[in-house]
Design a protein around this ligand. Structure first.
Ligand code: FES
Ligand code: FES
Length: 196
């Protein structure tokens, strides 16, 4: 039976970490509150609740979004990834592993948002997207090296009250290197298969 709705609420299907959740939400409910209060996915954190700190960052259709400024009804049918969906079973996502190995956190409150953001940063950079720190934005210049300045700029929407920024930048750089190595490896494999 479809969930009851009213003029102030609607039934939505939230696709979160590969699982469909059907619920009725007040039109004013943010995606953050739906995750935390309705679905018990408390890995996504509430910091400022006004789009300033990045603690609530999740991926929506692969792009970063601050879930405190996103409405649950506007997320209907979209693919949402939260920190709970990053690992594959016991195997941490490479970004999670890099944060762990390099102490990219202290209290950990900002960490889910930092990690979601970093996953998207690495993809955006690999796709050749420039940032405000990129010197040469001409398409033919190719992707800029992911320098600490580039990482700081691209991660600037995620604040860390503990000031773990030095380690966070190192962790993002390490995860980006691993990502690039994987990409090179799969390109080589594909080329071998095509030549066979
Ligand atoms: S809680 Fe969403 S940006 Fe701070
Ligand atoms: S690790 Fe404490 S706020 Fe970032």
């Amino acid at each position: 039976m479809a969930p009851a709705t009213s003029s102030a609420s609607s039934a939505v299907t939230l696709n979160i970490n590969g699982e469909k959740h059907q619920l009725t939400v007040d039109h004013r409910t943010t995606l953050l509150d739906a995750l935390r209060e309705r679905l018990d996915l408390t890995g996504t954190k509430k910091g400022c609740d006004q789009g300033q700190c990045g603690a609530c960052t999740v991926l929506v259709d692969g792009r970063r979004a601050v879930s405190c400024l996103s409405l649950a009804v506007a997320s209907d049918g979209r693919e949402i990834t939260t920190i709970e969906g990053m690992a594959e079973g016991d195997r941490l996502h490479p970004v999670q592993q890099a944060f762990l190995d390099l102490d990219g956190y202290q209290c950990g409150y900002c960490t889910p948002g930092q990690i979601c953001s970093a996953v998207a940063v690495i993809e955006e950079h690999a796709a050749g997207w420039p940032s405000a720190a990129t010197d040469d934005v001409r398409p033919e210049a190719g992707p800029p090296p992911l320098t600490p300045d580039e990482i700081r700029e691209r991660m600037s929407g995620n604040l860390c009250r503990c000031g773990a920024y030095v380690s966070i930048v190192q962790a993002v750089a390490r995860a980006a290197e691993a990502h690039e190595a994987n990409r090179r490896e799969s390109r080589t494999e594909n080329a071998k298969e095509a030549a066979a």
